[in-house]
Design a protein around this ligand. Structure first.
Ligand code: GLA
Length: 377
């Protein structure tokens, strides 16, 4: 990928720039808890967005997406917002940096990536984090701290891309560390790295190839439901609520919002249970919690789909330790915790059964936990 980017950059702009990369993410447990002030358990993966960038001495950004074979040029004032969706991510990052009183001037860039789009692996956060990290290095002597870099990516989603997301994806993409997952408190942003060594197990993603677009999806609606319940309960976020409070207020909450909050409050506890279980290598408990999360995301939070429920069932039938839908939902991947000796059989069975029913195989991505945003040598 690096060589291809360099070649394209040279051919298009006739110069050379610096190269940066930032990763997609997985999340072991803690889904839809981030915007509720709760805990998540993500890690960066070995799939990234990479960009070559060179300051061009003008007020214009000239950007080429190698994967889409598409070019876009835009200024850096608020009214210069580009029409192309992919360019808005870059534009948004520039604007959010400028809004915070830091500097961005014109630059040339060519970028590409191998984070599959719409698979729930946060290709958009990888793109935002890559540019936030790079523009901090190129124009600001790295004066913006990493927390702010993650927040810049999140604000880009809110203000330029129409997704009211939480902080998990951008945080994982910026703070990711090789071989480590992290427990992140999304309220305080306090985080702790957990070296992820699951001897005897593998983590693997099965991509249903069902596409989700959070912009058009009911993601923002889920968030609004949670905020509505929190308000009714008189708490800042659902982080501060428990099942008892929810039961007491049942009459004041509509049925749908009740189910959403029920899932989130349960999930908050599951993340903490998984952390405890990981401390003592109890992967059976980790796996059980993953199945519970899937059940909650499918039946109470209603962000699963037929194909993902199907993959989850196959995992159960094959004796897989844990399996669940991962990410925002409405398509994408399941994440599976599988004993080594069951791995080959599980993958073969999932491929065959899924193919038989939906006419194509799910794509298999073994999880390799890697570093987050960085400058490439
Ligand atoms: C998407 C969002 C995240 C998070 C997850 C669900 O990936 O970008 O902030 O809410 O969905 O856990």
């Amino acid at each position: 990928m690096k060589e291809k980017i360099k070649e394209l950059f040279k051919a298009r702009f006739g110069t050379e720039g610096a190269i940066y990369a930032s990763a997609g993410r997985i999340n072991l447990i803690g889904e839809h808890t981030d915007y509720n002030g709760g805990f998540v358990f993500p890690g960066a993966i070995d799939k990234c967005i990479m960009a070559e960038i060179n300051i061009n001495g003008t007020d214009l950004v000239r950007a080429y997406s190698a994967d889409l074979d598409d070019y876009c040029e835009f200024g850096l004032r608020e009214e210069d917002v580009p029409d192309k969706q992919w360019a808005r991510y870059i534009f948004g990052v520039c604007r959010e940096i400028i809004k915070r009183g830091f500097t961005v001037k014109g630059f040339d860039t060519v970028f590409a990536g191998n984070v599959p789009l719409g698979a729930g692996l946060s290709s958009s956060a990888a793109l935002e984090s890559c540019f936030a990290f790079a523009l901090n290095d190129l124009f600001n002597d790295n004066k913006i701290d990493k927390f702010e870099l993650a927040l810049i990516g999140q604000s880009t989603e809110h203000n330029y891309c129409g997704v009211n997301c939480g902080i998990m994806d951008q945080f994982a993409s910026v703070f990711g560390k090789k071989d480590c997952l992290m427990r992140l408190d999304c309220r305080s942003l306090e985080h702790k790295y957990y070296p992820f060594k699951a001897d005897g197990y593998k983590l693997v993603l099965l991509d249903s190839k069902v596409k989700h677009e959070l912009v058009d999806s009911p993601y923002n609606k889920r968030r609004a439901s949670c905020e509505h319940v929190a308000k009714t309960l008189g708490v800042e976020t659902l982080r501060d609520a428990d099942m008892e409070m929810l039961e007491v207020a049942k009459d004041k909450i509509n049925e749908e919002d009740f189910m959403r909050a029920y899932y989130v409050i349960g999930e908050k506890q599951r993340v903490l249970d998984v952390c405890d279980a990981l401390e003592c290598g109890d992967f059976e408990t980790v796996g059980r919690c993953m199945y519970e999360t899937h059940h909650g995301l499918s039946k109470d939070y209603e962000v699963s789909c037929e194909e993902l429920d199907f993959l989850n069932n196959i995992a159960r039938e094959c004796g897989v330790t844990g399996s669940r839908i991962m990410g925002g939902g409405f398509g994408g991947c399941t994440i599976n915790l599988v004993k080594d000796e069951l791995y080959d059989d599980f993958i073969a069975t999932a491929k065959a059964k899924f193919n038989e029913k939906y006419g194509h195989e799910p794509v298999v991505y073994p999880v390799i936990i890697s570093d987050g945003a960085h400058k490439c040598e």
